[in-house]
Structure formats: C-alpha cells, structure tokens
Design a protein around this ligand. Structure first.
Ligand SMILES: [Fe+2]
Length: 279
C-alpha cells in the first residue's frame, strides 16, 4: 500500500513551491477499474498495439531543456485515467491540450526527481487542473501531494507503475516501471529520469549526488529488469528517443565501466564524451 505523508520541511526549490497548497495523509493511490472486454480494434488508433491493448502512450519533448515528458493512460478504462511523468512548465499547455483532445482524465503529475535547476510543470498543472495530485519520492524532500518509496505502486485504471529507488544523480531519484503481469504492457517500460540516459547518465557532482551510488542503483534496479525493457530517459541531447536494458548494458559507456574506474572518472568530471547537463 502506498503511504502519503505530510512533508514538514520542503527543501526544494522555487519551481516546486507551488506544487501543493494542501497535503494529504494516509490515502491510497488507486483508481479502480474493471478489466476491459473491448476488442483491440475498438481501443482507438492511438493505443500501442504492440503492447497492452489498454495503454495509451505518448513521448513529448521540450526542446529548450531537451526534456522528455511522458503521457500514459488506461485507454480502455471508462474514465481514461492518465498521468504525466516529468512535465515541463513551458509545455504544460501543449500537454493539457493533448490530454483534452484524447478525452483523458489527468489524475497524477509525477516527477522522477527534482533539484534547483530542474524545471517542472507540476505546480502549473495543479493550478490549471484542480484535482490532479503531484507525486515525488519521499527521499527527494520536495513538496508534493503524495510521496512514494521503492516498491510502491501507482495505479491508473487497470495499469500501474512500480517505483524503484535509483539515487545517485540526486538522493531522491526514482525510476517508474510499468507493471509486471499479464494485463500490463509488454515489454515493460522504465522511465529512468536522469539516473540512466541513452548512452549516458545524469551528473553526480551536486545536491546529494554520488557516482558510486548511481552505478549501483542503475545496475541493481534497472539492469535487473528484463533485457527487452524499454528505457525512456528524462533527457536526450542527440536525438535518441528510446533504448532498451540490453542495449544500455552493452553500449552505455558510463555503466559498462568497472565500478572503480567509472566512479573515478565521474568524480573527476569525466563524461565519457557525452554532454553533461545539470538537468
Ligand atoms: Fe536532473
């Protein structure tokens, strides 16, 4: 069961300060639904036919910060509950317009992590769509409506995201992974934030970052997923959109180094030839 807590000492940052004027305690994240009996052909052209017939998925891009926002919804549920992962303030109107066009009900705005220069649209969304709940990890010490820890599940309709703690870029970084089960999308999808980028990873030299911790997080919490699991990062600076666990295990120049060398290079500012951004 997911526990919500009142955060008494929010540390971060101005762009999250408007997340929630009120907090909720001891509630349950769940929007119950009954399994769909609709044939796949009635799910709509925007559902992902190669995965679960219920999932609606969109990868959205904000070019100034090279940030990806992800829209997920249970399209077969009568209420079409939806969530956004890592919304950006500059593209909130675009995202909400898309949600309206698709007839979805936005219930959660979720962040993989936060730090001083990480720009989130969560607070703005809450002002425009009353009832949306913001979610972030408890370890982030940020302000939100609901707080999650490793092992928690965030339900939207008959689908859910599993929370995996992946600290290292920041102490509170988490990866959200689509559920494991016969009615959940296959292959699974991992929204890794800045813990794991395509052929790279987030910087580890500020705000609770630790290269050793990031190395262990990625290998234990992400590389332990099935090899076909799709990797969807929070940023990309070279035009990549998606990778897989298998691909990153083979070719990610940061995570394929042995731990000692990897940590040493990260701590010395090495970026293995990739642009390191603060986001
Ligand atoms: Fe970041």
């Amino acid at each position: 069961m997911l526990r919500f807590r009142l955060l008494r000492f929010p540390l971060y940052p101005s762009n999250l300060s408007a997340l929630s004027p009120k907090h909720t305690s001891l509630c349950v994240i769940s929007l119950s639904g009954t399994p769909s009996t609709k044939p796949r052909s009635q799910m709509g052209s925007y559902t992902t036919s190669s995965r679960s017939p219920k999932l609606l998925f969109r990868q959205l891009f904000e070019k100034e910060s090279s940030t990806y926002t992800y829209l997920l919804a249970d399209a077969s549920h009568p209420e079409k509950p939806a969530l956004l992962v890592d919304p950006v303030d500059r593209t909130v109107d675009r995202d909400l317009s898309l949600i309206k066009d698709l007839g979805l009900k936005l219930i959660y705005a979720i962040n993989t992590h936060v730090h001083a220069d990480h720009v989130t649209g969560t607070g703005l969304i809450k002002t425009k769509v009353p009832g949306v709940k913001s979610i972030i990890s408890k370890a982030s010490d940020a302000k939100a409506d609901l707080f999650v820890e490793s092992g928690d599940k965030i339900h939207f309709g008959d689908l859910f995201l599993e929370v995996r703690a992946t600290p290292g870029h920041t102490l509170g970084c988490v990866t959200y992974v689509t559920g494991d089960g016969p009615d959940q999308p296959q292959p699974r999808m991992a929204f890794t934030g800045d813990a794991l980028l395509i052929r790279g990873c987030g910087r580890t030299d500020f705000q609770g970052g630790s290269s050793e911790q990031l190395y262990k997080s990625v290998r234990s919490q992400i590389f332990s997923l099935p090899k076909e699991t799709l990797i969807y990062p929070a940023h990309d600076y070279k035009g990549f959109t998606v990778s897989t666990v298998e691909e990153e295990m083979l070719y990610n120049p940061r995570l394929t180094k042995d731990e000692i060398n990897w940590g040493s290079r990260m701590n010395n500012g090495g970026n293995f030839g990739f642009t390191v951004r603060s986001s």
